[in-house]
Each structure stands twice: as C-alpha cells, then as structure tokens.
Ligand binder design. Structure first.
Ligand code: ZN
Length: 274
C-alpha cells in the first residue's frame, strides 16, 4: 500500500495549489475537496474502535454507580433488593446510551468534515484566477481545519454528557421500580465556574412528586408547590445538564406541607407501634 499523506500535508498541498493558480476551475476545487475528505476520514478512528472506547467509558460509569453501589447515595431509604430487581433494566439503559453516544459522535464527525470542506471551498473561490501572493498559508490552514481540530474535545464532551444521562436514567429506573414517592432537585449552581441554567437553579431544593405513587394513591400525601416531576425536563435531559435528583421513598422524608392529615395519622401510628 502506498504511504498515505496526513491530513495536514494534504491540506497544505491544497492551499499551496490554490494560492498558486487561484480559482480557475470548479474541477480544481472538487479534486482537492475529495482529497481533503479522504485524508480527514483517515485521521478518524474506525467505528469499531470508537464504539469500544465508548463502551468502556460508559461501562465504567455503570460499574461505579451500580456494581459498586454509588447510586444508592441518591436513594436514601430505598429497599436493598430494589437494585437487584431492576438490574436488567439498568443494563438496557447502558446499551441504549452506548448507541446514542456512537450516533452523536458519528454525526459530529460528519459535520466537522462538511464544515471543513465548506470553509475550503469558501476560501478557494475567493482567490483570483492566476493565484495570489497575499495568502497567509498558516492562518488559512488553521482556519479551515478548526472544526476537525476541536473533535477530540467534542468527543470528550459527548462522553461526559452521556455519562450524566446514563446516571440519571439508572437513577430514575431505580426510583420508579423501588416505589419512590418524590425527589429533591439538586443544581450545581454554587460550584464556581459552572455554567448553570437559571431555571435549574430555581429548582434547587424543590420537591417534585412522582405521579401515581402509592402514597398519593392512598391519600397520604399531596403534590407540593413544585408540582409533578413529569411536568418539567428531567435531570440530565437538556444538553450538558449536570443536575441530579435524590429520591424519597418514605412519608416521613417529605416536607410537612406535602403530608395530608391521613398521612400524619399514619406516621403517628407508626411511632406509637415502634
Ligand atoms: Zn441542570
């Protein structure tokens, strides 16, 4: 196999050629666009390598949360067997996240290549026929390749975001499977440098009811001022949201104003009985 030129070499040759000849034919630009596309695709890891990398990264989140049990920190008061019972569903969430991440990363790559080709075409067609001595080749190169240069950073962002989404999905599956009645929203807005959403800051500390839960069915609790959890976007749903919920399973964990008279009666009975 002949040695294939690096993306950087191909782009340098393309810029040199267009700077020398200028925009004298569409064929010249089309030729270089094709060469640039092929070189860009060669720089990217093949899909099976990328998918293995994703699987490893998300499986690490899964291990930490589920197998090492860190997720329990978000579920004070959950019954121990709940986690075991919903494990098959949690595995399914992991697989779903791996696929979603792979799709996103492929899409980012495709867009980065398209943007690169567009920038190259935009620049080339501005060079007069006969070429130009005024081209700053280095600057042009940096400008044209900037989408591709930022891809590793974008890949990392996708992985981190998908890790948060996986954690949120695992957590919600446990909450629903374990009979949680409500959840408390936590925003990271106090963390220095964190780019929080204003409306998520307002949700910080609010208690959201899980609709149709057993305590509500039995008339022991009522919906608080914050309303139902299904009326708002869930934690981790919006891009790069790092908010989280802690889930409540017992009547006594609710704020007073969410417990009905009947609920208070029940709590008093429990206290007398124990
Ligand atoms: Zn958020």
């Amino acid at each position: 196999m002949p040695k294939q030129n690096s993306f950087y070499d191909v782009l340098s040759a393309a810029i040199r050629d267009v700077a020398d000849h200028g925009y004298d034919s569409a064929a010249r630009i089309a030729y270089w666009q094709e060469e640039i596309r092929k070189a860009a695709e060669r720089t990217m890891s093949p899909p099976h390598v990328m998918e293995r990398m994703l699987r490893e990264a998300l499986a690490a989140v899964y291990r930490r949360m589920v197998e090492k049990g860190q997720i329990v920190n978000l579920h004070p008061g959950v019954a121990r067997f709940t986690l075991e019972r919903v494990k098959p569903q949690l595995r399914a969430e992991l697989d779903r996240r791996i696929l979603a991440s792979a799709d996103l990363i492929k899409l980012n790559r495709k867009q980065a290549i398209e943007k690169t080709l567009q920038r190259f075409a935009g620049w080339s067609t501005s060079i007069p026929k006969g070429g130009s001595d005024a081209v700053d080749k280095r600057e042009t190169k940096d400008e044209i390749r900037k989408s591709l240069a930022s891809l590793p950073f974008q890949d990392r962002r996708v992985l981190i975001d998908q890790g948060h989404k996986l954690t949120a999905a695992i957590s919600q599956t446990i909450a629903e499977g374990g009979g949680a009645i409500a959840g408390i929203w936590h925003s990271n807005w106090k963390q220095p440098g964190y780019d929080y959403r204003e409306d998520h800051k307002e949700r910080d500390g609010q208690v959201y009811t899980l609709r149709g839960n057993w305590a509500q069915d039995r008339g022991l609790m009522k919906v608080g001022d914050a309303g139902y959890y299904d009326e708002i976007t869930a934690v981790g749903q919006e891009p790069f949201c790092r908010c989280r919920m802690t889930w409540l399973y017992h009547l006594r964990q609710l704020p007073d104003d969410m417990i009905t008279a009947k609920g208070r009666g029940e709590l008093a009975d429990i206290r007398v009985a124990s």
